[in-house]
Design a protein around this ligand. Structure first.
Ligand SMILES: [Zn+2]
Length: 678
């Protein structure tokens, strides 16, 4: 939500060759057929009926917090990225070339001998500067300098389009400063949260020791740093309270903010962070900044210094020696349930992705995303758009004036498929083969400067917020666009033409394209107009009708209890659940226009309609550790995978028809309880 884009881990099919004729010679190679658990009736638990066979046969690896279709695709993407890096090292291209940057990065990140020898001394110059701070104002200035190097502390910030004037880029401030995933971790009393808290306190203490504090000082300081973070958490808004774009939009002159927060010298912070020309700021949560200001004046400087050093160490731990990294990993284990770290080569690829993924992406699409694939999915967007147009026109609860705006917005929605038309220019980024942490800090500074450079300039309409090799997609309301990187279409070991239409429409058209498009019209997206401005275009009555219908889906999802006594947060996940229900309907409408559907031929005994719904379930084929599931229920605006399958289908008559689900089945919902929005 940081950039207010709706990123949605959607998925794609992996499958065997299936012609649209009849049964294949080898149904076991048809994943939709083979992954089922036929001992479970579709009407009792559709998710487990569709995916139970695969789940039984594919336990979660020790290094992962969950395992499913997304991981299979990501494994494939890892293999492809590794091949590109190794090829670049072999090439030994001229300095400054894309290939040489990749090669240098790879060599430095994989040089564990050097990394272990240097240890935390790699950060010593920064730590000395923190030690030398004389006043809280010095500390705030240093926080600005470290922010440019990628270390988060004190508060969150970013440069983005102004919600109320989509042509302008603005500086936004957000609550932050805490090191656990969100404010609830400091207060909730369920056993999983308590375990995370305990692990975090241990990690804090160990880190202060590692930074050279003696035992007694480290223990006392860790307690005080934790108390400081708890007070910041107390002043932070809850997840559901961050959804309202108006309440989290407080525009003011930087001079006025300065008056309200005298302990934060904004001019100095901005100068150190290399951000020029900031005269106006949008403050997300003013009460948080008031609390931070108070803390800067009242909390002793040594506590603040220890806090900042810890933030810096913690944010760089992944690029440091094994012992430092393992302390950080031990803490995150309590959050994710993962027993062991991923292998180093995968962690290095993850870092490379964040540092300069678009550099890698240029080499990736050359190898793996042909023009034919780009055309297939571009065309699919248009069939789904057409299906949505017809649905909006037919809505009985929406007024004609709101419909006119909606249709205009839909027609103007831009699509980006595969990879950018114009690549970012990384030539100023210096990557050496000698220091992993220095490369990561250089990349953080490149990104910070890149974003700062947008201030006061027109919005770049061609920019992508994800790299081409990303397995994900998003809708960005400020640009009214859907963006689908090449990675979302990647199929391990398979060619695109091997995917039958029912499957492709269940996966791509419904779970990705339809889902993303409806985000432009849901509880958040509908507050932006066709040009991307935060401007309401709904009548009061239509709003009330939409909210009434949304209440139905909130109630439906609140009923789910995925682990222990923890419920799905129906309110916080409503946008995603509405998008899932809408996406499924749009994908289905679009599928009904295809020859495959019209011919009505079964494949391996599965009808076209059954394959469409199984294709959707396949998109969410996933299992997850209970610790990670508990974490996700608190932090993720998406419902868990199982509920994303079983939640929407029960609202759709075609699903009942496809699988012959009748009253008495566990999932059966009477007409009166079925949710209908789009
Ligand atoms: Zn979404």
């Amino acid at each position: 939500m940081k950039h207010l884009i709706f990123a949605c881990l959607a998925a794609i099919a992996l499958l065997a060759a299936c012609k649209t004729t009849t049964d294949t010679a080898n149904p076991a190679a048809d994943d939709l057929w083979a992954n089922r658990d036929t001992t479970i009736s579709p009407g009792d638990d559709f998710f487990m009926h569709a995916n139970g066979g695969w789940i039984k046969n594919n336990p979660i690896p020790a290094s992962e917090s969950g395992w499913g279709i997304g991981h299979l695709v990501n494994e494939e993407l890892y293999r492809r990225k590794l091949a590109i890096n190794e090829k670049s090292v072999k090439e030994n291209a001229a300095p400054g070339t894309v290939s040489r940057k990749i090669a240098n990065f790879w060599k430095a990140a994989m040089d564990t001998v050097r990394i272990n020898k240097v240890g935390v001394a790699a950060l010593q110059a920064d730590m000395n500067q923190i030690d030398a701070a004389q006043t809280p104002l010095d500390l705030v200035a240093l926080a600005g300098e470290l922010a440019r190097k990628g270390t988060g502390s004190l508060f969150g910030y970013y440069i983005t389009q102004d919600d109320k004037n989509a042509t302008k880029m603005v500086f936004r401030l957000y609550q932050g400063g805490i090191n656990m995933p969100n404010r609830d971790y400091y207060f909730d009393t369920d056993s999983k949260t308590i375990a995370v808290r305990t692990a975090y306190k241990d990690y804090l203490l160990q880190s202060l020791r590692r930074l050279g504090m003696n035992e007694a000082t480290a223990a006392a300081t860790a307690t005080e740093v934790y108390a400081l973070e708890t007070r910041l958490a107390q002043a932070s808004r809850k997840l559901a309270d961050l959804r309202d774009p108006y309440k989290n939009y407080n525009k003011m002159a930087i001079g006025d903010l300065q008056k309200q927060t005298p302990a934060l010298e904004w001019a100095k912070w901005l100068q150190k962070a290399n951000m020029k020309g900031v005269d106006t700021v949008i403050v997300g949560q003013p009460e948080f900044f008031a609390a931070l200001n108070k803390e800067l004046m009242s909390t002793p400087l040594p506590v603040w210094k220890a806090y900042l050093k810890f933030c810096h160490l913690s944010d760089n731990a992944r690029y440091l020696d094994d012992a430092t990294y393992m302390e950080s990993f031990t803490y995150t284990k309590a959050i994710t349930g993962v027993a062991e770290p991923r292998p180093r080569w995968k962690r290095a690829l993850d870092s490379e992705e964040g540092a300069m993924g678009e550099v890698l992406g240029q080499l990736f699409v050359k190898e793996y995303f042909p023009e034919t694939a780009k055309k297939r999915y571009s065309d699919m967007v248009e069939t789904v758009r057409d299906a949505y147009k017809k649905r909006i026109e037919a809505l009985t609860w929406m007024s004609d004036s709101t419909k006119a705006f909606a249709l205009d917005k839909l027609a103007k929605m831009k699509k980006k498929v595969g990879y950018p038309d114009k690549w970012k220019d990384f030539s100023a980024l210096q990557i050496t083969d000698t220091s992993y942490v220095a490369n990561m800090q250089a990349a953080a500074a490149w990104w910070s400067d890149y974003n700062a450079n947008k201030l006061g300039k027109p919005v770049d309409l061609d920019e992508w917020e994800m790299t081409p090799q990303t397995y994900n997609a998003y809708y960005n309301p400020s640009l009214n666009e859907i963006v689908m990187p090449a990675g979302i279409f990647a199929v391990p070991g398979k060619r695109d033409e091997e995917i039958d239409d029912a499957w492709a429409y269940g996966n791509v058209a419904a779970s990705t394209i339809g889902h993303e498009i409806t985000h432009g019209f849901d509880d958040q997206g509908r507050q932006y107009d066709a040009a991307g401005n935060l401007k309401n275009w709904w009548t009061k009555q239509d709003e009330a009708e939409f909210s009434k219908r949304a209440q139905g889906i909130i109630r439906q999802f609140n009923e789910f209890v995925p682990v222990d006594t923890l419920h799905v947060n129906g309110e916080a996940t409503q946008g995603e659940n509405i998008a899932d229900l809408g996406g499924m309907l749009l994908g289905l409408d679009a599928f009904k226009q295809t020859e495959t559907y019209k011919q009505g031929k079964a494949i391996n005994g599965l009808t076209a309609l059954q394959r469409f719904f199984l294709g959707w379930a396949f998109a969410w084929m996933n299992q997850i550790r209970p610790e990670q599931l508990a974490t996700r229920l608190k932090t993720d605006v998406h419902a868990p995978a199982k509920e994303r399958v079983n939640g929407p289908v029960v609202n759709i008559p075609d699903w009942y028809e496809a699988f012959g689900v009748k009253q008495g089945a566990k999932m059966y919902r009477p007409d009166s309880l079925r949710v209908s929005i789009w």
